[in-house]
Design a protein around this ligand. Structure first.
Ligand code: RP5
Length: 171
C-alpha cells in the first residue's frame, strides 16, 4: 500500500524516540514510510522531499529533530501537507532547545508541535487527521478512547480500595 504518512528525522539517533510514532501507525494500520532527512546536512534533499510529498499521495508528515531542530519548520515551508513536529531531547538542554525551535514558527508556516520526545502523540494526531475521512479509523479511535477511560476508572477503583484499607488500619 502507498504510504499515507512520512516519519522523517534529522538523524538515526532520533529513531529510538520516533519509533513510537511508527508503533501507533502500525496499530491503526496506517501505511507509512520512514527516513532520515537532515535540514542542516542535506538541505537540498530536504526541500526536494517536501516538495514531492503531496504528489506522492502522502497526507501527513511527522518530523522529529533535536537541538536546533529546523527540520519540521523547513518541511512545513515547502509542502501543503500538515506537519507534526516532535522535539527530541538529545542535547544537554534536555529538549528545550528543540521544543522552542519547533514551536516558535512564524505566522503562515504552522507546525503542530508535540511535547518533547512524545512521538506517540505525533502518531496519534496523524491518525486523527486521517480519520476525518475514514469511518473505520474513527471507530478504532473511539475504541482507543474508551480503553483510556477504562484505565482511569480502574485507577480510581484501585485507589478507593487502597484508601479504604489505609483508613481501616488507622482506626
Ligand atoms: C539533529 O541533530 C538531529 O535531529 C539529532 O537530533 C541531532 C544530533 O544528530 P547526530 O549528531 O546524532 O547525527 O539534526
Amino acid at each position: 500500500m502507498k504510504p499515507k504518512v512520512a516519519i522523517v528525522m534529522g538523524s538515526d539517533s532520533d529513531w529510538p524516540v520516533m519509533q513510537e510514532a511508527a508503533e501507533v501507525l502500525k496499530e491503526f494500520r496506517v501505511p507509512f514510510e520512514v527516513q532520515v532527512v537532515s535540514a542542516h546536512r542535506t538541505p537540498q534533499k530536504m526541500i526536494q522531499f517536501a516538495e514531492k510529498t503531496a504528489g506522492r499521495g502522502l497526507e501527513v508528515i511527522i518530523a522529529g529533530a533535536g537541538g536546533a531542530a529546523h527540520l519540521p519548520g523547513m518541511l512545513a515551508s515547502a509542502t501543503i501537507l500538515p506537519v507534526i513536529g516532535v522535539p527530541v531531547n538529545i542535547t544537554p538542554l534536555k529538549g528545550l532547545d528543540a521544543l522552542l525551535s519547533v514551536a516558535q514558527m512564524p505566522k503562515g508556516v504552522p507546525v503542530a508541535t508535540m511535547a518533547v520526545d512524545n512521538s506517540y502523540n505525533g502518531g496519534l494526531l496523524a491518525v486523527k487527521i486521517l480519520a476525518l475521512k475514514s469511518k473505520p479509523m474513527q471507530k478504532k479511535l473511539g475504541t482507543f478512547m474508551t480503553t483510556q477511560k477504562q484505565k482511569v476508572q480502574n485507577m480510581n477503583t484501585r485507589l478507593k480500595s487502597e484508601l479504604q484499607q489505609l483508613l481501616k488500619e488507622t482506626l
